[in-house]
Design a protein around this ligand. Structure first.
Ligand code: CP
Length: 312
């Protein structure tokens, strides 16, 4: 059983809980390989996905994860709800809880929105990305993918490259990977590195080649065009030239380096198509693993423990 009621971030998630989610996701990944993926584990459990920001991967994989577990999943978007008429986030969530919903997944542009809901609801809350703060299930699926490919996390060098300043994925990965004993380095233009990022236990570089030197994993972040203030770097063309991950820069990393990207990708800006489609790339497997990890999170936050092969 998890020690936590909610999944709000990896900063507050204990190492044992991280490992339990990863181990449980391994069992669910086996279920995903079957012709019929549906198991009765959460039969009839009402779950709502509250998405106040666009999403392809996270929203679809939470929906599929719930459906593969036989939960009753309802999707909610800002534009098609009474939020568009001025209803508050708290009133919306309490309304949903009053209908008998037993778990809420929320993505919101405001950092702390999931924490606010968790304080006001009796049911578990999962953070599916809150502003530039945290994206815990993305980091869990990234860590799951690294562990699956490399057999361990401890002692690996993981380089996170790009727009660290605006990245909830970077923050959650830093918390999770350092708890599990990885060496984490971050790199990008100085304007996209948060001040005092080293206090999170990472080294920071503005020279990409120094950061990727001897790396076991290079996780390339999206340039978040929608969150950029003007002038953080001269142009996308220059960003690609000085900070983009291409085959030449990757020569500095270990030959079996894993290339990761949380998506959606800006091809030709933060990552070249050649690198994204190289044999070292795990980008599509990250997406597959996202379903297994989210099944594990839904199951464990619903009170589940170790599962058997039937999904009970
Ligand atoms: N990685 C990620 O969060 O992607 P989406 O925005 O498509 O969910």
């Amino acid at each position: 059983m998890l020690k936590t009621k909610n999944l709000l971030g990896l900063r507050e998630l204990e190492k044992d809980d991280i490992n339990l989610i990863l181990d449980t996701a391994e069992s669910f990944k086996e279920i995903l390989k079957r012709d019929i993926k549906k198991v009765p584990t959460l039969r009839g459990k009402p779950i709502v996905n509250l998405f106040f920001e666009p999403s392809t991967r996270t929203r679809t994989s939470f929906e599929l994860a719930g459906k593969y577990l036989s939960a009753d999943v309802v999707n909610f978007s800002k534009s098609a709800s009474s939020v568009a008429k001025g209803e508050t986030l708290k009133d919306t969530a309490i309304t949903i809880q009053s209908m008998g919903v037993e778990l809420v997944v929320i993505r919101h542009p405001m950092p702390g929105a999931p924490h606010y809901l968790a304080q006001n609801l009796a049911i578990p809350v999962i953070n599916a990305g809150d502003g530039a703060h945290e994206h815990p299930t993305q980091a869990l699926l990234d860590i799951f993918t690294i562990r699956e490919k490399k057999g361990r996390i401890k002692g690996l060098k993981v380089a996170i490259i790009g727009d660290i300043l605006h990245s909830r994925v970077a923050r959650s990965n830093i918390w999770g990977l350092t708890k599990l004993g990885a060496e984490v380095v971050v790199a990008g233009p100085s304007t996209l590195l948060p001040p005092k990022i080293e206090t999170l236990g990472v080294k920071a570089y503005t020279d990409i080649e120094k950061a990727v030197k001897d790396a076991d994993v290079v996780n390339v972040l999206r340039i978040q065009l929608e969150r950029q203030k003007k002038g953080l770097f001269p142009s996308l063309r220059e960003y690609a030239m000085y900070f983009g991950i291409n085959s030449r820069r990757l020569n500095q990393a270990k030959p079996d380096v894993l290339i990761m990207h949380p998506g959606p990708m800006n091809r030709g800006i933060e990552i070249s198509s050649e690198v994204a489609e190289s044999p070292n790339s795990t980008i599509n497997e990250q997406v597959t693993n996202g379903v297994a990890v989210r099944m594990a999170v839904l199951y464990l936050l619903s009170g589940g423990g170790k599962i058997d092969e039937k999904g009970y």
